[in-house]
Design a protein around this ligand. Structure first.
Ligand code: ATP
Length: 236
């Protein structure tokens, strides 16, 4: 397994956000996490990414224990994150935003090649490379956030609500990009996506989080047909 999470518990002060979460992701997989608001999805991503320290439990990435390690170290091992709010730097140019992503030691030597790859994938970013990032449309900013993450040469990318607030056509495009990154570039994906049906269709496997615990897991297509999932998350 590329990522093995065992019995992870996370608190904000006295409030428990994750309670004994265990999950695994094999290299090459797309794994989706679904759950209602407040279920703990973002807390999970933040803990895996080193933004939050767990109170207990283990996170092994490619055999190495990373629980509680700071995010710069986790990133440099090859875990990238595309955050919920598309945290780009609006006053920096598109190119400068991408260069920030390549500042990780692991990414520096391949930065030129990766930049060319990102520009091939997102021609709009090349066209607008000297423009300040704040002038991009919402969809373009999301592409930039993905591009910046790729500049760090990740092996596992965690997407937190990548289509939040985007127009439907762009949501489809974002999901297509995730599929392509997985299929063509061999990037392993952890996906939290409000669009539950689409994310289960895309994912090889998925976990359902409720109140900080995993209550169901299985192949994406199987969960898509699960009555409990259909009722709670698909409104069917
Ligand atoms: P959403 O889809 O709304 O982002 P989520 O599944 O990502 O939900 P989390 O944001 O991880 O859920 O929240 C899990 C629990 O932790 C919730 O009960 C939430 O209220 C609580 N929580 C989240 N962030 C904080 C914080 N900074 N301080 C205190 N409690 C928090």
């Amino acid at each position: 397994m590329m990522l093995e999470v065992r019995d992870l518990s996370v608190f904000y002060g006295d409030a428990q956000a994750l309670d004994g979460v265990s999950l695994s992701i094999a290299a090459g997989e797309i794994v989706a996490i679904i759950g209602a608001n407040g279920a703990g999805k973002t807390s999970l991503i933040h803990t895996l990414g080193g933004v939050l320290a767990p109170r207990s439990g283990s996170i092994r990435f490619e055999g190495q224990e990373i629980a509680g390690q700071p995010s710069h170290r986790v990133c440099n091992l090859g875990i990238g994150q595309v955050a919920e709010a598309r945290q780009i730097f609006p006053s920096l140019s598109v190119l400068e935003n991408l260069e920030v992503g390549a500042m990780l030691p692991r990414a520096r030597s391949s930065a030129k090649r990766t930049l060319e790859h990102v520009f091939e994938m997102f021609p709009r970013l090349r066209e607008r490379s000297s423009q300040s990032a704040g002038t991009l449309s919402g969809g373009e900013q999301q592409m930039l956030a993905i591009g910046r993450c790729l500049m760090g040469a990740p092996r596992l990318v965690m997407f937190d609500e990548p289509s939040l607030g985007l127009a439907p056509a762009i949501v489809t495009e974002v999901l297509r990009i995730i599929e392509r990154l997985n299929r063509d570039d061999g990037i392993t994906v952890l996906l939290v996506e409000q669009n539950v049906a689409a994310s289960l269709r895309l994912a090889h496997r998925a976990y359902v989080l409720e109140n900080g615990s995993v209550v169901l897991e299985g192949p994406g297509m199987e969960l898509l047909g699960n009555p409990r999932v259909r009722e709670a998350y698909l409104g069917l």
